[in-house]
Design a protein around this ligand. Structure first.
Ligand SMILES: *Cc1c(COP(=O)(O)O)cnc(C)c1O
Length: 396
């Protein structure tokens, strides 16, 4: 079926929660996608930082195919070897001692919120439940994570929100310290804001936050749903800042595109989740965890982190050179392959023109082009992207 026929059917049957582009991808390989009409696209969005290993990485595809033939799902009433192995890998790579698996970033954050509240109420009493989060943050679309998110556009229409969240400006440790009260139980932050427009905090901010948490016995939760799994050139973004949280959430890139979420915590905190206190039917099932194991191993064994640092530096350098030439570019920022190019003009038109020319881009917060390509991107694909992007800037 042609793309146009799919789009017509979509209008009839699919709820309009997304402003979808008229693109119908049907096949992917590495950094490229092909649509239903056979047109090829260079993918610099990567499913919003999900396809870190590119489309259909052979190791992930093979792991899914093998596992699909052995056991797809069984209940969390039983032991799941793939889940255990993935938890061991993630704990070995991080500060964490234990993992809980679910199916998305929002659910991972829900689990973190519930764990923080349960731990705090048992240790300090029922008055201690409030969680401080940042303005312009994004933590998901469930009611609790919408309440945690510091953006009105995500929250409006859904009142009453969940009680117990307080929002402070990001990258401002003094405001955060001033917001702490006897009710506060935790601080939840993205180490680098993604949807907020690729906002990298100043050196020292997250360290100051860690100190505030230590001083008041607050739980520090890092939402690494977007920036984890190698995106910034380290396995987890907080490694750049020389501190560790008490809880970390992961999702997007964790299983190479298979739907998964994970909430990792220290033993001290994890102890608050006793049998029957939280759960998920699909969470950490054999199929997605097999994909997760293959993904984590590929990131570690295929030199992905070094490559991400190198390509990130290359792209930031090239974008800065473009900034000298084109007044439309206001600022270039990012770490690894989490790059934001802030414009002086709206970005939607550039995204549309790029799509027409076979390049997939994304715009966050109206004026920030977010470049989150697969981490396997090479100089050839980067130059192809730069050529198209430069062409669009020249025509503005
Ligand atoms: C995407 C994202 C989420 C939500 O993840 P879903 O899988 O869509 O629920 C949460 N936090 C951050 C930082 C994200 O980028």
């Amino acid at each position: 079926m042609k793309s146009s026929a799919w789009i017509e059917k979509s209008d009839k049957y699919i709820m309009r929660t997304y402003g979808r582009f008229p693109l119908v991808p049907v096949r992917g390989e590495g950094c490229y996608l092909w649509d239903a009409d056979g047109k090829k696209y260079l993918d610099f969005l990567a499913g919003v930082a999900v396809n870190n290993l590119g489309h259909c990485h052979p190791a992930v595809t093979a792991a899914l195919a093998k596992q699909a033939g052995e056991l797809i799902h069984c209940s969390n009433y039983y032991q799941i070897p793939q889940q255990i192995e993935l938890a061991e890998l993630l704990c070995g790579l991080s500060f964490a001692d234990k993992a809980f698996f679910c199916n998305s970033g929002a659910e991972a954050n829900e689990a973190a919120i519930k764990l923080a509240r349960k731990y705090s109420r048992e240790k300090y009493g029922t008055d201690r439940f409030e969680i401080i989060t940042a303005l312009a943050s994004f933590h998901g679309r469930t009611m609790a994570t919408v309440s945690a998110t510091g953006q009105e556009k995500v929250q409006k229409f859904f009142d009453p929100l969940l009680h117990g969240f307080r929002h402070v400006p990001f990258n401002d440790a003094a405001s955060l310290a001033a917001a702490v009260s006897p009710c506060t139980c935790a601080v939840m932050l993205e180490p680098i804001q993604g949807e907020g427009g690729v906002v990298v905090p100043d050196a020292g901010y997250l360290q100051a936050v860690r100190e505030i948490c230590n001083e008041h016995n607050l739980i520090l939760i890092f939402d690494e749903v977007q920036v984890g799994m190698g995106r910034t050139g380290k396995m987890f973004a907080h490694e750049h800042f020389g501190i560790t949280p008490d809880i970390m959430t992961l999702a997007k890139a964790l299983a190479g595109g298979a739907p998964i979420g994970a909430m990792l915590a220290t033993d001290e905190l994890a102890g608050a989740f006793t049998p029957g206190t939280h759960g998920s039917t699909f969470g950490g099932n054999p199929l997605v965890c097999a994909a997760g194991i293959a993904t984590v191993r590929a990131i570690m064994e295929e030199g992905i982190l070094n490559r991400t640092c190198e390509m990130g530096e290359y792209l930031v350098g090239e974008f800065e050179a473009l900034q000298q030439k084109f007044p439309a570019i206001k600022e270039v920022r990012g770490i690894g392959l989490m790059i934001g190019v802030e414009l002086n003009i709206a970005g939607a038109d550039i995204v549309k023109k790029a799509l027409e020319r076979g390049l997939l881009l994304n715009c966050a917060q109206e004026k920030v082009l977010r470049f989150v390509p697969p981490l396997i991107v090479g100089k050839k694909e980067a130059d192809e992207m730069l050529k198209i992007f430069t062409g669009i800037l020249e025509e503005l």
